[in-house]
Design a protein. Sequence first.
Length: 324
Amino acid sequence: MSGGLDVLRLTADDVSKMLAAAAHLGTTNVDFQMEQYVFRRRNDGVHIIDLRKTWEKLLIAARIIAAIENPADVCVLSARPYGQRAVLKFAKFTGASPIAGRFTPGTFTNQIQKAFREPRLLIVTDPRVDHQPITEASYVNIPVIAFCNTDSPLRYIDIGIPCNNKGAHAIGLMWWLLAREVLRLRGTISRDTDWEHMPDLFFYRDPEEVEKEEQAQGKADDAGVAGGDWGGAAATTDSAANNNNQTDWSSAEQPSQAPANDDWSGSPAKDANADWGAASGGTAATTTPAAAVPAPAPAAGAKSNWGNEPSDWGSQEPGGEWGS
């Protein structure tokens, strides 16, 4: 289908990608309609697919897809887990309508259900697994394009692209090549430059591995954040300590505002005694200043008024005893 044009020929880079993804490896069984796409058979019984014929079929399928005016009229589906991510990426870049996962019976024939669709073209990943949509497409005359292995049945298949549709990398690469060729025919990307999106984007990813990677990434982020917090806390503590030290030194240099000589035996003590006496008497507080009320004389030999004690401890008699 390349017509002898150099721009449409299979390049060595694409061949190396197919070989690396094992897109040329078939199965030990072969369908009688797929024998024309088999290049040879290995000693272990595995059939080798002719990549030149694979490329020619891929170009035919890309030209059919690009000829449809509304990209949403192209329905791409995959019931196998290996092709679901590739189907979603293909629909994202080309504008097709994806069905990833289980196909609801009656989607193309039952007009009552909400999921009813009327596509102009159907592209499936595996004719054996996706037999239900292929059968319904035959009822409503929808052309079908399928990626076929050596043992795939070609009933109701209009265009079969021979390739390995059981490998995760092989089926992802084939969807990537088909999407790139469709975009080139539409003029979205140029043939002179490589497509910016790599085939790895179409490959299947194990959910457990993805979860482990996310957990590892989350732990790394938490460790980075924790390290930053400890550093910030240490810096804050150091700065606070420096500020406290500066504050202590500055307060030490300034003189105290309190008076140097305090008379503990003066009027404040008497006022305190008067207040305690008033409280014990049970009388209500008045507006008369407490200093005007005379304090009662202390009993002889009693030292209940601590404020009347001498402030100079050296002036006591030498013979005095603490216990007397």
